[in-house]
Design a protein around this ligand. Structure first.
Ligand code: FNR
Length: 368
């Protein structure tokens, strides 16, 4: 029998339940990583190489987990990152993530390839609730322009351009379970000529423009006033370029290990990026986010100590939603909040702004 919700004590518990109760095709799409899934595993494992250096005898009676990302205040330093095809896991889809995010005052990133329509997801939000748009850039730039300007008009507060997917990675688990029903009305998929024999991912992504380059960034800056963030940056040099291009942020990410296998984990890159930015006096010119493998609030705290503004979390919310619907999403976020308070208290930090590199020992990160 299925464990009741109260028996889920951490984010990994939702994954174990979801694996048992989800449809095979849905589980395959959500859980798969590229090729040998080495990067997917390393995303979480990398956090085990970072150790805390806790402070003692600090007043930690009142803990404040709130922070600011891209100019908006939020109760937690994590956001719900963009994951496609929410209805594979639950017939209501992404709007459940919207409602969970609203309850906990966390930010949600809306995927281009959501199962619910973009407007449904925006309509599910309350006044003042912050949402961002994740963008896959269409070969037809008029389509892209329409999507971006519509999102801005509807109040989105950030444009996250995915830059790590000029071609979709080979997720073999997904490819093996022949994908039949997306159960969605994905808008930008480019017609009916999708090849359903190649797994869900390939079937929906043929419109993505592989010719996208640095030269296109000024065009995005000309069509929107939203902050622009490059999602999927994987090396120091490209973070410097992003600063020089005048974008407001980067997400150090490997797409949850679903794109290039043996790409480095976001937190590993972060530990190299922040010193390089400081060396160049660029640390205040850009907000640096990471995602991938974040399953405990200790992972979040470590990323913030190393200089991240915030972190994205993907699969755990999908699994919580698939297994238990909205109450699952709610509990997953509450567990993270409780863990966050405990971790901050135990390392001797009362406010997010006090997290700093002296509170972690990340020396073994680079020893492979
Ligand atoms: C994703 N991700 C993703 N990213 C993106 O830019 N556009 C997208 O459509 C999707 N779709 C998607 C679907 C599924 C099922 C997963 C698991 C992931 C990547 C996502 O935004 C993020 O980078 C990772 O999910 C972070 O890793 P974790 O938290 O899932 O380990």
């Amino acid at each position: 029998t299925m464990p009741i919700l109260e028996q889920c004590y951490n984010l990994m518990d939702f994954e174990h339940v979801a694996r048992r109760v989800m449809k095979k095709t849905a589980w395959a799409y959500y859980s798969s990583g590229a090729d040998d899934e080495i990067t997917m595993r390393e995303n979480h494992a990398a956090f085990h190489k970072i150790w805390f250096r806790p402070r003692i005898l600090v007043d930690v009676e009142n803990i404040d987990t709130s922070t600011t990302m891209l100019g908006t205040k939020t109760d937690m330093p994590f956001y719900v990152t963009a994951t496609a095809l929410g209805k594979l896991g639950n017939p209501e889809g992404e709007v459940l993530l919207t409602r969970g995010a609203r309850k906990h005052n966390v930010i949600q990133m809306i995927p281009t390839l959501a199962s619910c329509s973009f407007d449904e997801i925006v309509d599910a939000a309350e006044d003042g609730q912050v949402q961002w748009l994740q963008l896959y850039v269409n070969k037809d730039r008029e389509v892209t322009k329409r999507i971006v300007q519509h999102a801005e008009k509807r109040g989105c507060k950030g444009l996250f351009i995915t830059v790590d997917a000029p071609q979709l990675g080979r997720r073999e688990k997904d490819m093996r379970t022949k994908f039949q029903d997306v159960g969605s009305n994905v808008q930008s998929s480019g017609g009916n000529d999708v090849d359903r024999s190649q797994g869900a991912a390939r079937a929906i992504s043929s419109f993505i423009d592989p010719s996208l380059s640095w030269k296109d960034i000024p065009w995005f800056q000309s069509i929107t006033k939203m902050p622009i963030i490059l999602k999927g940056v994987q090396r120091v040099e490209d973070v410097i370029k992003a600063v020089e291009a005048g974008v407001q942020g980067v997400v150090l990410s490997n797409h949850g290990g679903r794109q290039l296998d043996t790409a480095p984990s976001g937190v590993e890159v972060l530990a190299q990026v922040m010193p390089a930015l400081r060396e160049r006096g660029m640390q205040d010119k850009i907000e640096v986010f990471i995602d991938g493998g974040i399953r405990r609030a200790s992972d979040i705290v470590k990323a913030l100590c190393l200089g991240a503004t915030g972190v994205g979390i993907g699969r755990p919310f999908l699994y919580a939603m698939s297994a238990y619907g909205l109450p699952g999403v709610d509990r997953a976020m509450q567990l993270l909040k409780d863990e966050m308070e405990m971790n901050m208290r135990l390392i001797g930090v009362a406010k997010v702004s006090e997290l700093n590199p002296t509170l972690v020992d990340a020396r073994s990160l680079h020893l492979h």
